[in-house]
Design a binder for this molecule. Structure first.
Ligand SMILES: Nc1ncnc2c1ncn2[C@@H]1O[C@H](COP(=O)(O)OP(=O)(O)O)[C@@H](O)[C@H]1O
Ligand SMILES: [Mg+2]
Length: 231
């Protein structure tokens, strides 16, 4: 279980997160929703250590990951797929999977990951730039998995993708959940969010303002939408 307590962070002197608290259990999808600019991406960046938190605690199971390097956080089992599917366009699918790997994965081996993404297996020798947007997103997820993830954080994975591809991403999320991965999903597509999530966290102005089970969220979706998502 990933546990975030009292997380505060920002850019320079501008604070963005004002005490973020939440947990991400194994085998569940926890979604963060909220308007643009409330701090969703900043939260993910702070968890993975790309941004130095000014206070708060980040722990995975009983291991304290606060103030660790990105490398140490990733090695502990936290995978991060940033917005905009950042893959290496000049490298092949296989090279993308292997780049930066210091040791062979134990849990998520290349074979197992490629079983999950048959499209990528078919395109294993193709370069990143030759892939469709959906395939690039799958590759970005596959790359995060081969670091032996326990927690997978996805920042707007369906942005700009066709409905059929959005559904495929949803299927992958369901599969990973069944494999006991803890998933933290930041997503604008509420239909997808509803269909895969177990819990919904609503963020506003750098804090988690509501935590709803998916059942509660479905009953209260109109209110949540008007209160926290419309401009
Ligand atoms: N690199 C940055 N430098 C300065 N301010 C930033 C930077 N990235 C984001 N911000 C600001 O931090 C706030 C939260 O941004 P972000 O976490 O990206 O929001 P969200 O992902 O919820 O849309 C916004 O006001 C944004 O303008
Ligand atoms: Mg964002």
């Amino acid at each position: 279980m990933l546990r975030i307590e009292g997380l505060e962070a920002g850019y320079g002197s501008g604070k963005v997160l004002f005490g973020v608290d939440f947990q991400v259990p194994r085998g569940e999808v926890t979604a963060i929703i909220g308007r643009n600019g409330v701090g969703k991406t900043t939260t993910l960046k702070s968890v993975v250590g790309l941004l130095r938190a000014s206070s708060g605690k980040i722990s995975l199971d009983s291991q304290d990951l606060s103030r660790r390097s990105v490398h140490a956080v990733v090695r502990a089992g936290i995978g991060y797929v940033p917005e905009g599917r950042q893959i290496f366009p000049a490298l092949t699918v296989l090279e993308n999977l292997r780049v930066g790997q210091r040791r062979a994965p134990r849990t998520w081996t290349e074979e197992r990951v490629l079983d999950l993404f048959p499209n990528l297996r078919r395109r294993i020798k193709n370069r990143g730039h030759a892939l469709s947007g959906g395939e690039q997103q799958m590759l970005a997820i596959a790359r995060a998995l081969v670091t032996d993830v326990k927690v997978l954080m996805l920042d707007e994975p369906t942005q700009g993708l066709a409905p059929m591809v959005v559904k495929q991403i949803g299927d992958v999320i369901q599969l990973l959940k069944a494999e006991n991965v803890a998933i933290l999903l930041v997503e604008q597509n509420l239909n997808l969010t509803e269909s895969v999530s177990d819990r919904i966290l609503v963020m506003s102005k750098g804090k988690v303002v509501e935590t709803l089970s998916i059942g509660q969220f479905k009953l209260d979706a109109d209110r949540v939408h008007h209160q926290w998502l419309t401009i």
